[in-house]
Design a protein around this ligand. Structure first.
Ligand code: PBG
Length: 329
């Protein structure tokens, strides 16, 4: 009788032994929960393509924050949906902008909860681009890099002044980390970390988010600033420049389709890594679960541990509250 020399099944034979040899685990500590805040009163409105995710007006936000806290989640990421939009995104950086107001409230209700502010202009500009735009004739327009930085810095500083614990710029202009770092330092926020959306692809997986944030570009697309899905060496260059410019945490976005990029960054650089399990990834799971085609909890937990295995230290996900609940048992 020829016995197999290696029997991998020995270490899989019971739940206890599988638990003992398990290489990666998901913890509530890993999760960041995105929240959409909006103007008006008594608004708690479900986003049609993102079941279970809502727009909250400030007077309805406290209940959500209390729930997030009770579940033991360490942090939230804030997106603002403003009342007024203009060419430069003024409501992103005014003192009473929706994100600044929400941040002050949250720090009052839940001082230990980390507030991460998404720093971008696209929800706040009337054209829906992440920077400012210049017409260049023939109906063509370009997204101006260096002119945009000024407004992004103003936004980051306004967010920090309101009490944001971490600044998360998602605009993909060149030099944004350096500009924001300098702006924060000059304003006395040298201890506020920057979580850079270092590697952000021009992705169709943001579709439901753009409905939720009302941030679809009114002309053109984001391909001149967000990355081409076909590229990975370019992702390493993006990461390198953000590290050199002073980023504290690097993010890869979207999550699932770019998990190889996350893995490469993790192996190459020693900064903490975040990944964004984006809106369409969430919507697809929700839609299939609603039809009874998948086991939602099993699919979501497998996705989360896959992000950990690929190298994520942090996962931004709309499933965060459910995952925290499931982990509690
Ligand atoms: C803003 C921003 C976007 C997302 C996060 N920040 C959209 C975009 O770039 O169009 C997407 C998040 C998601 O899809 O869940 N720049």
């Amino acid at each position: 009788m020829n016995f197999p020399i290696q029997r991998h099944r020995r270490l899989r034979s019971s739940a206890a032994i599988r638990r003992m040899v398990r290489e990666h685990t998901v913890s509530t500590d890993d999760l960041i929960y995105p929240i959409f805040v909006t103007f008006g009163t008594n608004v708690k409105e479900e986003i049609p393509s993102m079941p279970g995710v809502y727009h909250f007006s400030l007077d309805r936000l406290e209940e959500e924050i209390k729930e997030v806290q009770a579940l033991g989640l360490p942090s939230v990421l804030l997106f603002g949906v403003p009342e007024h939009k203009d060419g430069v995104g003024t409501s992103a950086f005014e003192e009473n902008g929706i994100v600044q107001q929400a941040t002050r409230k949250i720090k009052e209700w839940a001082p230990e909860l980390l507030v991460i502010a998404d720093t971008c202009l696209c929800q706040f500009t009337d054209h829906g681009h992440c920077g400012v735009v210049q017409e260049c004739g023939h109906g063509e327009a370009v997204i101006m890099n260096d002119a945009s930085l000024e407004y992004l810095v103003k936004t980051a500083v306004a967010q920090a002044k309101a009490g944001a614990d971490i600044i998360a710029p998602s605009n993909m202009m060149d030099g944004f980390v350096q500009a924001i770092r300098k702006g924060l330092d000059e304003a006395g926020f040298e201890h506020t970390p920057i979580m850079s959306y270092a590697v952000k692809y021009a992705s169709a997986f943001y579709g439901p988010f753009r409905d939720a944030a009302h941030s679809t570009p009114q002309f053109g697309d984001r391909k001149t600033y967000q990355m081409d899905p076909a590229n990975v060496r370019e992702a390493l260059r993006e990461a390198e420049s953000d590290i050199a410019e002073g980023a504290d945490i690097l993010m890869v976005k979207p999550g699932l389709a770019y998990i190889d990029v996350l893995s490469q960054l993790k192996q190459k650089y020693n900064l903490p890594m975040a990944t964004y399990n984006v809106s369409a990834e969430y919507a697809m799971v929700k839609a299939a679960a609603e039809k009874g085609w998948i086991d939602e909890q099993a699919v979501v937990m497998e996705t989360m541990v896959s992000f950990k295995r690929a190298g994520a230290d942090m996962i931004l996900t709309y499933h965060a509250k459910d995952v925290a609940r499931w982990l509690k048992g």
